[in-house]
Design a protein around this ligand. Structure first.
Ligand code: CUA
Length: 431
């Protein structure tokens, strides 16, 4: 009765399921027996024909008491012993395990094999071989769970935890993070591919992607990384303005920094901008780039440098409209508030994160924003009013719209009240 457990794919599964089903059956049996008796007795000894019956006085029955003490005790001891034996089994890996190192971080799983092969959100293991996972988290507590193998273990930032199983069936099985770890928790999934020995050996020694990487020249690898590591979200390669400086013609350029000093864009500046991006921020940009420390090898950094160097030759697209407006000398006092607001929205780069055509960039689009209603991160309602816009500019983290990251820098001190009113006037016109 009540057999809803997933496929049995490891040597533990039969054992775990047996005791699980046994407990379920016993519970169902006693539930039915107790409630059945209660209902039956209520019917048999109900009040009939308006006559009251005296309740008989029943004194203790030692035999009965002994039975209802001893039987449940035996059942509990049996469950405890059986469970303990299974648990002991799960805690004691055999000596010949295949050891895979697991690193959990918000929100993915990376795996490393003994020969150095690395994968993300995907493990391949040979059928019939015990596999051991040595796990560690980079940030918060995650939990490694493969239902088909009947194994689950927390993955901690402070210490290593391990887990093992022996797959008995080839196939692809779903793995989960089963400890709530943040917004991407539900997407923190991985696949376990159980394959034959021969297939596993082929897979393990197949280094075609690594091989391809090693065959690429540095510039091509840099271009691939530019997309893979999503540098392209913020840095264009055609001279157009995004959240960070364009890579076009960046090499060997003298950049003015926010603190007024100048820096030459050379190998060291590029490396330090990747590893420690907010140390030397170019004037006109916000210090919002995340550090890529530890995510790129020296070779990969060299490749990105080669890629940026290569862009020295590219034709830079005609200067983006954004910049043109920003530098145009206009007597702003003669403009209407919404016109001044529009110029400010371009100068302050609001529009690198907020589109005006309804498309989703990093922040909500400005199109039709005034009066918009919806939910904030955390579930509260919001409506875009003058006050909401003002607060979002000065203290953007206070009310982040659901579905967006809290990525906007605060503009307190950078815009006057008049500036903000101009921007509000402009936003009312973006429809
Ligand atoms: Cu990681 Cu939930």
């Amino acid at each position: 009765m009540f057999r809803f457990l997933p496929e049995q794919a490891s040597t533990f599964a039969a054992d775990v399921d047996w005791i699980h089903n046994w407990i379920t059956d016993i519970s169902v049996f006693f539930t039915v027996a107790i409630f059945g008796a209660a209902i039956l007795f209520a019917i048999i000894w109900r009040r009939r024909e308006g006559k009251d019956h005296a309740t008989p006085q029943i004194l203790g029955d030692h035999k009965l008491e002994a039975i209802w003490t001893i039987v449940p005790t035996l059942i509990c001891v049996f469950v405890a012993v059986k469970g303990l034996v299974s648990y002991q089994d799960m805690r004691t890996p055999p000596a010949n395990t295949l050891d895979i190192s697991v690193t959990a971080e918000q929100f993915n799983w990376s795996f490393e094999y003994p020969n150095g092969k690395k994968t993300t959100n995907d493990i391949t293991v040979p059928v019939g071989h015990p596999v051991k996972f040595i796990m560690r988290s980079k940030d918060v507590i995650h939990s490694f769970f493969i239902p088909a193998m009947r194994v689950k273990k927390d993955v901690l930032p402070s210490m290593f935890t391990t887990l093992w199983f022996e797959p008995i069936k080839t196939g692809s099985y779903q793995g989960f993070c089963t400890e709530y770890c943040g917004a991407g928790h539900s997407a923190m999934l991985f696949k376990v591919n159980v394959v034959s020995d021969a297939e596993y050996d082929r897979w393990l020694t197949d280094d075609s992607t690594e091989f391809m990487k090693s065959k690429m020249n540095a510039e091509d690898l840099g271009r691939a990384l530019y997309e893979q590591k999503t540098c392209n979200t913020c840095h264009s390669i055609d001279g157009s303005m995004r959240i960070g400086p364009s890579f076009a013609k960046l090499w060997n350029k003298k950049e003015k920094l926010v603190d007024g000093t100048e820096v030459l864009v050379d190998e060291n500046y590029i490396e330090s901008s990747i590893v420690n991006p907010n140390a030397q921020v170019v004037a006109g940009y916000a210090p919002i780039m995340p550090s890529f420390e530890g995510q790129l090898s020296v070779d990969e950094i060299k490749a990105l440098i080669a890629f940026i160097k290569g862009l020295e030759k590219t034709e830079v697209a005609p200067v983006a409209a954004v910049q043109a407006v920003a530098v145009a000398p206009v007597d702003r006092s003669k403009l209407k508030p919404e016109e001044r607001g529009k110029i400010l929205s371009q100068e302050k780069l609001c529009i690198s994160c907020h589109s005006i055509d309804g498309s989703k960039v990093i922040g909500p689009s400005f199109k039709g924003i005034y009066g918009r209603k919806g939910k904030l991160v955390g579930g509260a309602d919001y409506e875009v009013t003058d006050e909401y816009i003002k607060e979002s500019i000065l203290n953007p983290m206070a009310k982040v719209v659901d579905g967006y990251a809290p990525a906007m820098p605060p503009y307190a001190g950078q815009l006057s009240d008049d500036d903000i009113n101009d921007i509000i006037a402009y936003l009312k016109t973006v429809k």
